[in-house]
Design a protein around this ligand. Sequence first.
Ligand code: R5P
Length: 314
Amino acid sequence: MSSEIESKVKIFAGTASEYLAKEIALEYGVDLGLAKLYRFNDGEMQPVINESIRGDYFFVVQSTFAPADNLMELLLMIDSARRASAEYITAVVPYFGYARQDRKDKPRVSIASKMVANLLTAAGADRVMTMDLHAPQIQGFFDIPVDHLESNTIFIPYLKELNLHDMTFASPDVGSTNRARILAQHFEKEMVIVDKHRKRPGEIAGMTLIGDVKGRNVILVDDIIDTATTLCNAASLLIDKGAKSVRAMCTHPVLSGNAIEKIDNSKLTELVVCNTIPLRQLSPKIKVLSVAPLFASAIRNMHEHKSISSLFIN
Ligand code: R5P
């Protein structure tokens, strides 16, 4: 990085995250960068950056949820920025897709998150800014800096506003134990674990509760809600075990298939998610909190060489 004073911050959007990029640019106080996505007749994409970015700090916001075109468009935007002589390129990926494939847990499978990390670097990203990776150690798949933002910065003030008594935090599987523990420690409350066993992706074999939730207002904590089976089944189990109410805080609303209907018909009082992925449909039970102010502050601190962890609530 050089001539930091001269280099301007330019924030661009991939089409899947345009709603969020606009909000981040507004919070930051710049206009969204001018770009347009063209398509060839066969569906091939060609993003075109319609203003000079020579010598600038280029930020492109795009979550990489399905379809894979979202990832491809992000890679093409990064490549365009590199070829247009941007000074420093940051891929802002609020939801980093393919993160659930982070190890070779059976023979002949891909470690897709490592491959996506390689793709972003090969395209020309100098830095990645993301939030609540499925496993924090995915940061190590990158040989460029990763700013890993935490949704607790957004969930904690919301929970404080709710002012719930008798709170207990719950992890809906062993993988989210750490997330639940951090919140439990912050609020000085107990935590319980729902031990989930899966048959295969998207199918749960069984759940067992470790801990006591009688008379408690339970807060389930997870990073991804996909089919909603994990959270809805966990909510039923917790209510059956005597919980007074069950809410869920979940960063990334993948919400595939009929997940929203499942939530509407579940024992959950409320599901709180971030807008890292846009909701396809509104639901009276789903509350969406914006990550835009946090990303805008992180972009500012990064550009001004200030701490990013100072933005977090511990
Ligand atoms: C899994 O390890 C994740 O943390 C989530 O619990 C999971 O992706 C949720 O999936 P679903 O909503 O399909 O049960």
